[in-house]
Design a protein around this ligand. Structure first.
Ligand SMILES: Cc1cc2nc3c(=O)[nH]c(=O)nc-3n(C[C@H](O)[C@H](O)[C@H](O)COP(=O)(O)O)c2cc1C
Length: 319
């Protein structure tokens, strides 16, 4: 026993070293990171600074010139053959930026011409602007007793009926999951879905925490987060923050759509994680956050683990 405990401690630096090499290879700042990924995230981050700037109460005229110049430079390098989302988002953000200045008769001069050049490129590409600002009426933030009841009622379900979840429901889950907040709206989280029994069996065996109900799982998500969305030592755990928020939203989405769901930990070694990536056909440029077994719950009065919560004064610490 003592030897096993000792080994568990000694292996920690080794696992951290593997984490480090994985970050070194895939992090946005790394020369080894694929160029399209670097640009994808650099563009999303900078475009978001524009829409954020427009949403504050008193934007400063011609704000963000340095950042927008950098953004335009990245956009020039970004091929229109790649994923169009960074272009669409920048299109919307920069269009709103130009409109905001036009509405106030503020000339953007040469800088404005550079933006117009990018906007014309988007028009030629016939893409949709997908960024900028939107209006939220005050009434959207109102007391919602039903939502409060719903949030208090979620539980982990470990008994499922046979059957694959319909595509239309999966799309609704994805629609709700898209609403998850993410740092600078970079949306690094991914939801991998499996319904092939062979895939599920292999994945759950590698996960190891669903023994006893593994056979009843016909639908499985693996939530992951792209490492390339992050750079620098300060962001070293941010992939997990964004990924965990996404996972929580997926759990709530399942329950909202009448499905039962159970998060399944991915507290695994790097080697095991890479095995899961291989079986799940997931890029090793993604860190795995959690699996979620889900499906139609058995239509009976389910017995679920009580999972008692700590008293609220232990959870919220008022300083
Ligand atoms: C990150 C994470 C990993 C989990 N891993 C497992 C697991 O491997 N197997 C399992 O049966 N439940 C797992 N759970 C479910 C927890 O046991 C459960 O969420 C907790 O007891 C609270 O109960 P509730 O979800 O019913 O409210 C996990 C939950 C989380 C958040």
């Amino acid at each position: 026993m003592f030897i096993k405990d000792l080994m568990n401690v000694l292996i920690i630096p080794y696992e951290y070293a593997l984490d480090f090499f994985r970050a070194l290879k895939w992090s946005k700042a790394s020369p080894l990171c694929p160029k399209y990924k670097q640009l994808h995230y650099d563009i999303l981050l900078l475009a978001h600074t524009v829409e954020k700037g427009l949403s504050i109460s008193n934007p400063r005229p011609k704000f963000g010139v340095d950042k927008i110049s950098k953004l335009l430079n990245y956009l020039e390098q970004y091929s229109s053959e790649w994923d169009s989302f960074p272009l669409e988002k920048s299109y919307g953000c920069l269009q709103s930026y130009v409109r905001w200045h036009k509405d106030r008769d503020i000339a953007l001069e040469g800088f404005g011409l550079k933006i117009e050049k990018f906007l014309s490129r988007c028009e030629d590409l016939n893409i949709e602007p997908k960024g900028g600002v939107k209006e939220i009426s005050n009434s959207s933030v109102q007391l919602n007793v039903e939502a409060e009841r719903f949030l208090n009622s979620r539980f982990s379900c470990r008994r499922f009926l046979p059957g694959i979840v319909e595509d239309s429901i999966l799309e609704k889950i994805a629609e709700i999951a898209r609403r998850t907040p993410s740092q600078c709206n970079r949306q690094s989280g991914r939801i991998h879905y499996y319904s092939e029994p062979e895939d599920i069996s292999k994945l759950l065996r590698l996960q190891g925490g669903a023994e006893g109900f593994r056979e009843s799982v016909n639908n499985l998500f693996v939530i992951s987060s792209e490492i390339s969305a992050w750079s620098g030592f300060k962001a070293r755990s941010q992939a997990y923050v964004d990924g965990a928020l996404l996972a929580m939203q997926v759990l709530n989405a399942c329950q909202a759509l009448g499905l039962g769901a159970c998060p399944l930990n991915l507290a695994v070694s790097n080697n095991r994680e890479l095995d899961i990536c291989k079986v799940g056909r997931i890029s090793v440029g993604e860190r795995l956050i959690v699996m979620i077994a889900f499906g139609l719950p058995e239509p009976i009065d389910l017995v679920v683990a009580r999972s008692e919560r700590m008293p609220i004064d232990k959870v919220i610490i008022k300083h």
